[in-house]
Design a protein around this ligand. Structure first.
Ligand code: SIN
Ligand code: FE
Length: 315
């Protein structure tokens, strides 16, 4: 392996594939590794853009988020309110989900805001076409140990899924995420990455419950949803739930297990890349939203794929 090759894989970071026999997954690689080691730099070449918009994970093995010496004390689950899943910093600088003294809260805000700025710079420079169209969502800090989290099957992100939110219909808006493992003890964040979105959709659309506009109106009236749930949002939830509820699929679907080591960063459209998190602790994450028409190739979006497969507009 040539270490100067930007697409070479550090072998230690890869775990054996799970699921089907190795020959069935040999031709399938849902990860594109990039050599870039700075939060500034770009743009991505057309091949990497196409990979991202096809639902692949762009992996930067040498892109760490550096902590100040005083910030290592923030790496403890004790700073998280046990009632919430993650600590998050909203665009208007409000920190949610943290429990601690004022100085620690302020230090958390500084650390998470610095990650937000670096992650946003990274995306702006890698993907300049997105820049004027991006809408920032809160930034999260995830200090909880993944393996010991107990939750319902629907909330269990250890099962392969595509991201879809029951209460927040998004009408096809994309969910672009930047993740950095900041574990101080060498512990990787282990993901499974599943098959391409179109394969997921072909598998689960025939099993999906049909959409009913009257139900969507009822959910809106009851304030279960923040706005009217479109057929797109309904189908995305059907995929999310269908995947998570199907234990045979969880085991047998084409997939790759990937250990993202501390000091690495990865990016994907999490509404498109089938993913599951198996283990790890201490990660920072930035979400950015983008309308599918503002992608390099709008036809690659889940909205376009689902509209093509169902033969009708879904929003
Ligand atoms: C998820 O988006 O499913 C969880 C990712 C993670 O926490 O590593
Ligand atoms: Fe997810």
């Amino acid at each position: 392996m040539n270490p100067a090759d930007p697409f070479s894989q550090p072998p230690a970071a890869r775990l054996p594939e799970s699921g089907r026999a190795p020959e069935a997954v040999a031709a399938y690689d849902p990860i594109l590794t990039l050599d870039q080691n700075s939060w500034e730099g770009g743009p991505l070449g057309p091949e990497a853009v196409a990979a991202l918009e096809a639902g692949k994970v762009l992996y930067f093995p040498h892109l760490p988020f550096n902590l100040a010496p005083s910030e290592f004390r923030l790496l403890t689950p004790a700073v998280r309110d046990p009632k919430v899943r993650n600590i998050s910093l909203t665009g208007d600088e409000k920190l949610k989900g943290a429990v601690s003294d004022a100085a620690t809260i302020a230090a958390l805000e500084v650390m998470i805001a610095r990650f937000r700025d670096q992650a946003t710079t990274l995306i702006d420079q890698l993907l300049p076409h997105y820049k004027p169209a991006l809408r920032a969502a809160p930034t999260s800090y995830r200090p909880a140990k993944v393996e010991t989290r107990s939750q319902s099957w629907r909330a269990d992100d250890r099962r392969l899924h595509v991201d879809a939110f029951p209460s927040r219909p998004n009408y096809g808006e994309r969910i672009l995420r930047v993740f950095t493992n900041i574990n101080p003890e060498g512990v990787p964040r282990v993901w499974r990455i599943g098959e391409p979105f179109e394969a997921v959709a072909r598998h689960f659309l025939p099993r999906s419950k049909p959409y009913a506009a009257w139900q969507a109106r009822l959910l809106q009236m009851l304030r279960v949803t923040k706005r009217f749930r479109s057929e797109y949002d309904h189908l995305m939830l059907q995929l999310h739930d269908g995947m998570k509820a199907d234990l045979d699929y969880q085991q047998d679907a084409r997939q790759l297990t990937m250990a993202f080591p501390p000091g690495s960063t990865w990016i994907c459209f999490s509404d498109q890349a089938s993913h599951a998190v198996m283990s790890g602790q201490y990660m920072l994450e930035q979400t950015l939203h983008l309308k599918p028409q503002d992608q390099y190739d709008p036809q690659a979006s889940p909205l376009a794929i689902l509209a093509r497969l169902t033969g009708r507009p879904l929003i």
